[in-house]
Ligand binder design. Structure first.
Ligand code: MG
Length: 371
């Protein structure tokens, strides 16, 4: 079963007052259009991508995404644009989606496709949280309540042959959306539960939602056992001590917690996942080398680390004199100024296994920004 996507981007998108189509204004290096398209590509549920554009934006959109999608000129109205795009669709199921809804989830995409496959249609909608009323010239005409009322979202999915037939029958008539065309000419139309976050970027304040996505935050924790005849390495710096940390790698508990914080901020699992302790290539591995591999993953995702903060929990040795060295070394490897690397140390007042000098733990956090 082949699935196609029509991404409706043919509007002028000028209501946010940016002087150009809001879909084409970069935020943190990526446009709303690319972000929306990316959500469908990353779902791995769609085989064919078609984007409708106004004649004005055609070249710019082609430059952005022509390697991923077919870009065509839409029409004067959304109805006309979708009609034009449907002629290009070769999938059995077609999803129609607003280019200005970048927060669509894989769950919604999947549910729409399943609904269309089983029932012919799947219209994303979200139950109204507020009571809805209708008014004219500032005067309330009627209260519609909220029970059984939904806000309509996209994607809207259909069996391609049915929605094509509906649009043929629609002629030149203008409709609110594709579900309405389907309902009028085909019949029973199914609702798929949307998401409160699946908003359409419409007003200037909505643009801030895209900005928030720029910043990420993660936490990490690690603990290693203290034993004799091992080196004590913290943040890539060897600390003189009669014991060291036991582990498959160099057991650098500080660098490990920092790596986990960075990975966690981008939902990239943890170091055990990327560098398994059963893997002989990581035996006695220099954790700073692993840190650089983590930073490569961050770069691949289009982010960079902006700050790191960590607390080492150790009864002995006294770490205070070593903190400047550790900070400087980590800052260099993280490509950060030293004032963005906050390393602290504490004892646990003799309590627990740390207090008994049986191990050292570290908690770390990291902040990242989209580049
Ligand atoms: Mg570890």
């Amino acid at each position: 079963m082949k699935v196609s996507l029509i991404l409706a981007c043919a509007g002028k998108g000028e209501r946010v007052g940016l002087g150009k189509n809001k879909l084409l204004v970069p935020h943190g290096g990526v446009t709303c259009l690319e972000k929306t398209l990316e959500a469908f590509i990353n779902s791995n549920l769609v085989d064919e991508f078609i984007i409708t554009s106004s004649p004005t934006d055609l070249e710019e959109i082609k430059t952005l995404v022509s390697d991923k999608a077919t870009v065509i000129v839409g029409g004067a109205t959304r109805t006309q644009s979708v009609k034009n795009a449907l002629d290009k669709v070769s999938g059995d199921i077609v999803l129609i989606h607003d280019g200005a809804r970048p927060f669509v989830t894989t769950r919604i995409i999947n549910d729409c496709i399943e609904s269309a496959r089983e029932f012919g249609s799947g219209i994303t909608a979200f139950p109204s949280r507020d009571t809805i009323l209708s008014a004219e010239n500032g005067v309330i005409k009627s209260y519609l309540g909220k029970s059984g009322l939904y806000s309509v979202q996209t994607p809207q999915a259909f069996k391609t042959e049915l929605i094509k037939k509906a649009y043929q029958l629609a002629g030149e008539k203008i409709f609110n959306d594709d579900g309405e065309v389907y309902k009028e000419f085909i019949g029973e139309t199914r609702v798929v539960l949307g998401d409160a976050k699946n908003v359409k970027i419409t007003f200037p304040e909505d643009m801030a939602l895209l900005e928030e996505e720029k910043h990420r935050f993660g936490t990490g924790f690690d603990c290693h056992k203290l034993v004799e005849e091992r080196k004590l390495i913290l943040g890539g710096v060897e600390i003189p001590h009669d014991k060291g940390l036991l582990g498959h790698s160099d057991a650098d508990v500080l660098t490990h917690a920092i790596m986990d914080a960075i990975l966690s901020s981008l939902a990239l699992r943890d170091i055990g996942y990327h560098f398994p302790d059963k893997d002989p290539q990581y035996k006695n591995a220099d954790s700073i080398v692993l840190l650089h591999k983590v930073l490569d993953l961050v770069k691949e995702k289009g982010y960079k680390v902006t700050s790191v903060s960590a607390t080492i929990m150790a009864e002995k040795p006294k770490l205070l004199p070593h903190i400047p060295n550790i900070t400087e070394n980590l800052a260099e490897h993280l490509s950060l100024p030293a004032d963005k690397v906050g390393i602290g140390a504490t004892t646990l007042e003799g309590l627990g296994f740390v207090g008994r000098e049986e191990g050292i733990c570290t908690h770390a956090t990291a902040t990242l920004i989209k580049i």
